[in-house]
Design a protein. Sequence first.
Length: 467
Amino acid sequence: MSVQPPRGIAVVDAGATNTKVMLFSAHGEPVAERKVASRHVEGPPYRHIDPEPMVAICRSALPELDQILPIDAVVPCAHGAALATLASDGSLAMPVVDYTAEPPPEIVEGYRKIQPPFSEVFCPLLPMAITHALQLYWQQMAFPQGFGTIATVIPYIQYVGFRLSGKAVTEITSMSCQTQLLNIAEGGFSSLVHARGWEKLFPPMVKAWDDIGGLLPEFRGDSFRGRGRVLGGIHDSTANYVRYLASGLHQFTLLSTGTWSISFDTSTTVGQLQEERDTSTNTDIFGRQVATSRFFGGREFELLAGDAAMVKPRLDDVRRLVSRVTMALPSFSGSSGPVPGTGAKGRIVGEPYRSPVERAALAALYCALMVSEQLDAVSSKHDIIVDGPFAQNDVFLRVLAALQPGQRVLASDLRDGTAAGAACLALMPDGRLPRVALKVTAVTAAEIEGLEAYRELWRTRAYANTG
């Protein structure tokens, strides 16, 4: 890409719920946004993602936003739980697997027999179809005719860039997030990829900030003013992490919340990771391993809170729940997160909640307890920066601060951190991150009588529920 600074930066963020096209200034400040709902199709042949709404919003939004600021750089970004399989003509050889799809039991059983060891890939086999290599195995075993037409495989993140530029590439943050495709311990593809003969399907790897080509004419409209160069792209949670690195932070734990709560810890080594507690590594844009742990936080909050999900909880209600020893025990989704063996075993014990606001308070208390376990799984010991929806839940924040007395809990006021981090890629033509200021607010720990004893009892019951 030209060394000239970009006048405008467009980030195409293809999420599981929405696709957003966000315009940023040359200083990394958000200027405008367009959004469309993502489309999921139940099948056949399996639950899959329809990419056409993403393409359509790019087709309309990019020329429109270019009239506000000339768009010189376009950064693809997407969730890291999907692959696109391309035929020789560039069309999809098979539909893009939706990570919430449930592979048949015999497929999962067969995959377990051949999956690479945790000590090689530092990623456990995740529920549903989240693991990339399982998706490919499923397609290869169950749909051999369709699989035989595949010429190229790329992460969905890079598929966004492919549709925009016509250039197929791979990129390290996209290839290393819960994929089992890479040998994290030694580098290169995993033993499974070599054993299945998949390595020839993946195109060359580029850096996240590399210029891979110009926007195709269909995305420029009639009077596009910017240079419209498309960059390599980045995994969404890792983009969020990049935004905090760009603020100058060094030693910290980032708790990135949304549908998933994902922690990134700058100090934990891969040797400390525990497969059974849903820990893994992500690789940052510079190729450095970053220890992570997962909890299906947003989803579990919704499942537990139910109709009260939008009710604002109160600390007094948490105090009443603690005093009555009303507990929510893991896990309400199929994912066990940091408490192994608890998937789909979630339940409430003790006296039931008495009102919607108590139900919301119970959900916040439960998520704080689970996040505390999540932080423990990566031996978090520095400041904890909470980002995303949980950063706006005061009860969650204050309970978490009470559960982590030796650490500062800081709430970030950053909105759209994923897109903001992705935009940073357009500001580093020399491969060095820009410095972009960030505001965080220290959280005051809640005073809750009996919380420590409640937590110890909760832990005893939670881990007894793992059988």
